[in-house]
Every structure is written in structure tokens, then in C-alpha cells.
Write a protein that binds this ligand. Structure first.
Ligand code: GLN
Length: 288
């Protein structure tokens, strides 16, 4: 294994940071040898079989072409839970864990009904369902592969999420669902012009559909979802968004104009404006 580790370090040097390389090395051996972190630290003298060596080299060569480790391994972790991760489905991000944490913290209802719009891997929906005991969770996406992956991820976590196809930009969902207490969404929010700033592994491997919005309509998903929320949220229900750090103010303003209350903009651990919560108080809406 020592030789294997040295060879991975050498092959990946310059492509990934030293810190990234060390965590990739552990993930590779977790996959190839089924090692836990302790076994990985203790079994350095163990030799790799020819088959294991081959698998290791295949993973390393894919990493060298910037393919995300989550797609190579086929799974990842989010909010302490396992998730399948396949091409065509956005890889769950740590900042989204912060959004999930916020929702769980703020929820006061014993049995809330939640809808996640544009669920992707289902990471938000499944982790909310797992952590809010008697919740009912629905999740939708425009993409078939995301719908299928969310279903598999609910099953993997031995929980139930109702998943359906829905294109929020075009028309109404074709399913009946109950009034909602919480709507959450992490929609596409990177502007086309921001593509220049995006890492190769994201740009070349992750689904554009989940990432990008036109430069001239950066809030397109947020305004549609806010309109949808006005119809489907219960009185006092809450709406949570993950946002582009450049559009905090605009998003808050849009929600204010639409009559949402108690709008709160929140930063992520990198101190960037990353999420917004607002409430729909129907009694506070002026009849027009
Ligand atoms: N935070 C993601 C990224 O920077 C984007 C997620 C999204 O567009 N909703 O890659």
C-alpha cells in the first residue's frame, strides 16, 4: 500500500492540492480495499493484489482528467448520510448542508409537509425527511435521471420521499399534493458569464441544466418558485432558497415586493450570502 500511496501522490501532484490528494487517497482505499479510516492508517504494510492495483490505477487516471471523485466512486456523503452520485445529477455541496441545518433548526411543526423543487440527487429532501421525524416530504425535478436517483437515494436511506416530474418554468405539476408548510429550492443560479470562473471538474462533468441561468434572467427560478409558493404554501409557511452570493439583495427585494415576510438573508461558512428564508403570512397580504 505504501507504494500505492506514493504513486497516487506523484500522479495527482499539481492537479489537486496536497490536502485534496490526501483525502482522495483515503477514498480510493476505502473503495478498493473496503478500508475504514483506522484500517487505512494501520495497514500500510499490506500489499495490493493485481486486481486492486488495476482498480486504483483506473480511478487515478480518471481523477487526472478532472472527473469528480463522487462520479468515479458512484456515491458521496451529505449531512452524514450516503447518496448515490451519478453523471447528470449535481453533486451535493457542503453549503447546501447549511441550508438543511437551518430548516431543521427553525422548524417548529411536529408534522410538516415539505416540497423540494429541483431536487437533483434528493440530498435536501432525503436529509430533511430523515431529520424531521414525522415530516411528509415531496421532491420534484425536470430531469428523469434526477427523479430516478432521488428515488434510489430515499431507498438507500430507508425512507420515503414522494418524487415527481415537474418543470417549474413551464406549467403546473401534474400531481395533486397537500398544502405545504415548507418549500425549499437550490435552483440553478450561476450566470453564463460566470462560466469562466468555474472549475474544470464542474464545467466538464456536472449537468449544465442544474447549474446555469441566462445572464439577463438570474432570478428566473426564484421568481417562479415565489409565485408557486404564494399558491401552495400554508398561511405562515416558509420558503427557503440557496442563492448566488451576488444576488442576495435582489432576491430579498423580489420576495418583499411579492409580499413575503420575515425575510432573512444568511451567509455560509465562507461568509458569502448563500441562503434566504421568508414566510408567507396570508393575513398580511393586501387584497388587490
Ligand atoms: N453551488 C454550486 C456551485 O457553485 C451551484 C449550485 C446551483 O447552481 N444551484 O457549483
Amino acid at each position: 500500500m505504501k507504494a500505492g500511496i506514493a504513486s497516487i501522490r506523484k500522479e495527482l501532484a499539481g492537479i489537486y492540492s496536497n490536502e485534496e490528494i490526501e483525502s482522495l487517497i483515503f477514498l480510493i482505499f476505502e473503495k478498493v480495499k473496503g478500508y475504514s479510516r483506522t484500517q487505512f492508517l494501520l495497514d500500510r504494510e499490506e500489499n495490493l493484489t493485481g486486481e486492486e492495483l488495476l482498480e486504483m490505477n483506473q480511478i487515478v487516471s480518471r481523477l487526472k482528467s478532472h472527473e469528480p471523485i463522487q462520479y468515479i466512486l458512484g456515491d458521496t456523503e451529505f449531512f452524514g448520510l450516503p447518496f448515490y452520485s451519478v453523471p447528470g445529477v449535481l453533486i451535493p455541496r457542503p453549503e447546501t448542508e447549511e441550508l438543511v441545518q437551518w430548516i431543521i433548526q427553525e422548524n417548529k411543526l411536529a408534522e410538516p409537509t415539505v416540497l423540494d423543487i429541483g431536487t437533483g440527487s434528493g440530498c435536501i429532501a432525503v436529509s430533511l425527511r430523515k431529520n424531521i421525524l414525522n415530516s411528509t416530504v415531496l421532491a420534484c425535478d425536470i430531469s428523469r435521471i434526477c427523479i430516478e436517483t432521488t428515488r434510489r437515494n430515499a431507498e438507500l436511506n430507508r425512507t420515503d420521499v414522494t418524487v415527481f416530474e415537474f418543470d417549474i418554468l413551464n406549467g403546473a405539476p401534474k400531481v395533486d399534493f397537500p398544502e405545504l408548510d415548507i418549500i425549499v429550492s437550490n435552483p440553478p443560479y450561476i450566470r453564463e458569464t460566470e462560466k469562466l470562473l468555474i472549475e474544470k471538474n464542474v464545467l466538464e462533468y456536472e449537468p449544465e441544466l442544474a447549474l446555469f441561468v441566462p445572464d439577463d434572467e438570474p432570478l428566473i427560478f426564484y421568481t417562479r418558485i415565489a409565485d408557486f409558493a404564494q399558491v401552495h404554501l400554508n398561511d405562515g409557511g416558509s420558503l427557503y432558497f440557496e442563492i448566488n452570493e451576488a444576488f442576495g439583495k435582489e432576491c430579498v427585494e423580489m420576495l418583499r415586493i411579492k409580499g413575503f415576510s420575515e425575510i432573512k438573508l444568511k451567509r455560509d461558512i465562507h461568509n458569502k450570502d448563500r441562503m434566504i428564508r421568508s414566510l408567507l403570512l396570508k393575513s398580511g397580504l393586501i387584497d388587490r
